[in-house]
Design a protein around this ligand. Structure first.
Ligand SMILES: Nc1ncnc2c1ncn2[C@@H]1O[C@H](COP(=O)(O)OP(=O)(O)OP(=O)(O)O)[C@@H](O)[C@H]1O
Ligand SMILES: [Mg+2]
Length: 319
């Protein structure tokens, strides 16, 4: 990362005085009769790492499109560091680097050329332009591919090139729309690591994903979106605390054929050789439970935190 990176840090006590990096209020986006976004509100503070998590068609890209001026919102307020994204478009847009969901660059162009060309848009010229482009190529591990055509890059490399392009003007906010969709595990890890580093250096990160693991690994706050509505918005830990619970997983030496919850005293689910018992909030009589499984061919007993994925399924099914 270049020395010129700005570091924005927010002390908790000062948070109320700080202008949000992203302010969205009652955002509505309709495509004809279809409501893609139905009145969502959220504030993302400078330096935050925020995830908008939701299934296909939930309204994630439409939200991002409204934020970056790619789509015209139907109604609502969207501000970037206080600047309205419509009336103050240029200023708002200059603070954002966007990595779109779909590849939107000339496939026949060479990697370094793409960046040099785009750097020109941001007023970079001469040695400053070359220095910025080359340092991003190095940081994102694309230096050896600088003369390859975009079409010759792997999926992960294309993503990295889009990230480099989004960072050319050193924006305060990086928005990533499904940054690792269709990217192999190794590239995914290296993208995560890089974005984490950017966040540690002060950049506000706003990503959309439908990978629970991605939100869980990276973000401090998560909004869950479904059918254009936010159905949960909180710190990752709070979401886990409110909706998550412990489960006991009992692994047996053979699959259990007949199962009755009464037998165990608690609702039990069987998945092959695994017996899964959700530990209810409050009291759980471990002794009683152990007595009930004592005659089963138990190989292993584990405690597991409910995965965010399960929480997500639960939330989207009930709302
Ligand atoms: N240009 C468009 N014209 C008409 N309908 C659209 C357009 N773009 C999106 N939609 C619809 O709006 C809804 C929300 O789409 P959006 O792309 O915002 O979802 P998403 O959460 O980004 O999904 P994904 O995870 O598949 O990228 C969907 O029903 C989609 O079909
Ligand atoms: Mg999308």
């Amino acid at each position: 990362m270049g020395k010129e990176e700005k570091v924005i840090s927010v002390k908790k006590d000062d948070a109320s005085k700080v202008v949000p990096a992203i302010h969205i209020k009652n955002l509505v986006k309709k495509y004809g009769k279809l409501s893609a976004v139905s009145g969502i509100s959220l504030d993302i503070m400078p330096g935050e790492f925020f995830a908008l998590l939701g299934p296909n068609g939930a309204g994630k890209s439409s939200t991002i499109g409204s934020l970056c001026g790619l789509v015209n919102k139907t109604s609502g307020e969207v501000r970037v560091f206080g600047s309205d994204v419509e009336s103050d478009y240029k200023l708002a847009r200059s603070r954002i680097g966007l990595v779109p969901q779909e590849l939107n660059m000339d496939k026949f162009e060479k990697v370094r050329q793409v960046l040099l060309f785009n750097a020109g848009y941001f007023g970079l010229s001469g040695t400053a332009r070359i220095a910025r482009v080359d340092s991003l190529l190095h940081e994102l591990g694309l230096w050896s591919k600088r003369d390859a055509k975009v079409m010759q890059l792997s999926g992960g490399m294309k993503r990295k090139l889009m990230i480099a392009r989004a960072l050319l003007h050193n924006p305060d906010i990086l928005i990533l729309d499904e940054p690792t969709a269709g990217v192999d595990v190794e590239s995914r890890r290296s993208i995560w690591e890089y974005v984490r580093k950017l966040n540690l250096a002060g950049k506000t990160i706003f990503l959309t994903t439908h990978y629970i693991e991605e939100a869980q690994q990276l973000c401090s706050r998560i909004a869950i979106i479904n059918n254009g509505k936010i159905i949960a918005l909180d710190s990752k830990d709070k979401i886990m605390k409110d909706f998550g619970s412990q489960e006991i997983v009992v692994t047996l030496s053979s699959a259990i054929k007949k199962l009755s919850s009464e037998q165990f005293g608690y609702p039990v689910e069987a998945r092959g050789k695994e017996l899964i018992v959700r530990v209810p909030k409050g009291d759980f009589d471990y002794k009683k439970f152990l007595k009930r499984i004592i005659d089963l061919p138990v190989e292993k007993i584990e405690m597991r935190q409910t995965r965010l994925e399960d929480i997500f399924v639960k939330l989207t099914n009930t709302k």
